[in-house]
Ligand binder design. Structure first.
Ligand code: NAD
Ligand code: UFG
Length: 360
């Protein structure tokens, strides 16, 4: 049986991707320390899959632990070997991801994100697993961009979180024997199969409303905040700035449905395992921009709920426009986003409204 190790599997993107990979016939080792997630997400992944309860038990091994724990990682690879099985690739979602918090807790971000990835790569090397799909971020491009971003654009992150992501990309390129993180596709002379996927703004939820984004602390991102206003947990949204150089003065982002992101991971794996060793660095975005004001209007049209808002000052570190050029994704992994912004609004609301307390 072909096995995969998924780190951060219970999180927002990990849970949706685990479902896609389970339905694609893989056996999954699902590792999470649940620092920002709940084991209930993984129970629901099993239930949502097209497998019987018995098959779910066979195909999902949940491990409660930390990616920095090398002996735990060894045990996972060894337990596959003991069954005569092999972990053919890792999907690496585990990490800390809050931009603001990364300034206050920079050491934790370096330790968890970079330190954790080093432990993981060492274990992979020891057990001859040389394939990894890594969760990178559009934040590696920095803020001085007002056009659709392409993989060859300069890397200049402006916060500790983005610096950890850019550093991991560089480390992966180095291990693969490649020279640049500004090329979408390079051959790996060291025999590694690696995809760094730079997500733009993942949002939405599985259409069942059973799994979705479950921020443990007070959310900072626009989608969870809009949903909290819609469910009357919060009174209004503060729009950060009305004088950005955009048509309506508010920030434009490339929102991409989390199920599209999940399918992008499978597309990346399919490409890696069917090609010669290579390093891929790919934007996962829709290529469509939506401003904050547009989003509030689309939410009202799709869900029928008004989102009261007021304008506040610009948020530190924000940019006017963050938009992907998704051309290389289509070219190299044959992926493009299929779901539109209305579906993102509908599915995120469906999740929020069915689970007002998240997984609690
Ligand atoms: P998430 O917080 O929902 O998921 C991350 C998961 O990793 C959580 O379940 C958490 O408990 C787990 N985790 C954290 N540190 C761990 C450790 N040391 N050991 C084991 N498990 C650990 O985040 P997400 O939105 O699903 O993001 C997944 C990945 O994608 C992250 O690496 C994030 O940086 C990256 N990313 C996310 C976004 C976004 O907007 N959601 C955008 C770009 C990149
Ligand atoms: N915004 C508001 N008010 C809010 C929250 C956000 O007006 O209360 C605006 C922001 O200014 C921005 C847009 O809504 O114009 C989107 O903001 P988010 O916080 O939802 O998302 P960001 O684009 O700032 O950041 C996200 C992730 C980062 C990731 C980045 C690029 O949070 O982790 O996308 O992938 F690095």
């Amino acid at each position: 049986m072909r096995c995969l190790l998924i780190t951060g599997a219970a999180g927002f993107i990990g849970s949706h991707t685990s479902l896609v990979l389970l339905n694609a016939g893989y056996k999954l080792f699902l590792l999470d320390n649940f620092s920002n997630s709940s084991p209930i997400a993984l129970e629901r992944v099993g239930r949502l899959s097209n497998l019987s309860n018995e098959k779910v038990k066979e195909r999902m091994t949940i491990v409660n632990g930390d990616i920095r724990d090398f002996s735990l990682l060894e045990n996972i690879f060894l337990s596959a070997e003991k069954n005569g099985e092999k972990i053919i690739s890792v999907f690496h979602f585990a990490g800390l991801k809050a931009v603001g918090e990364s300034f206050e807790k920079a050491f934790d971000y370096w330790d968890n994100n970079v330190g954790g990835t080093i432990a993981l790569l060492k274990a992979m090397e020891k057990y001859s697993c040389r394939s990894i799909v890594f969760s990178s971020s559009a934040t590696v491009y920095g803020t001085k961009n007002n056009k659709a971003l392409i993989e060859t654009d300069p890397i200049s992150p402006i916060n500790p979180y983005g610096l950890t992501k850019a550093t991991i990309e560089k480390m992966l390129a180095n291990i693969a024997g490649c020279h640049s993180t500004r090329v979408a596709k390079q051959t790996s002379p060291r025999g590694w199969r690696i995809a760094c996927l730079r997500y733009f703004n993942p949002a939405g939820a599985h259409p069942s409303g059973e799994i979705g984004e479950n921020p443990k602390d007070i959310p900072n991102n626009l989608f969870p905040l809009i949903n909290q206003v819609a469910i009357e947990k919060k009174e209004s949204i503060t729009i950060f700035g009305q004088d950005w150089p955009t048509p309506d003065g508010t920030g434009i982002r490339d929102y991409v449905h989390v199920m599209d992101i999940a399918e992008g991971h499978k597309a990346a794996l399919d490409t890696l395992i069917s090609s010669n060793p290579q390093l891929l660095i790919i934007n996962l975005g829709s290529g469509e921009g939506t401003s904050v004001l547009d989003l509030i209007k689309i939410f009202k049209l799709s869900i029928g709920i008004d989102i009261p808002y007021r304008f506040g000052p610009r948020r530190n570190g924000d940019t006017a426009i963050s938009l992907a050029n998704p051309g290389e994704a289509l070219k190299f992994i044959k992926w493009k986003a299929k779901r539109n912004i209305e579906e993102i609004c509908r599915d995120s609301w469906n999740w929020q409204h069915q689970n007002p307390m998240g997984y609690k």
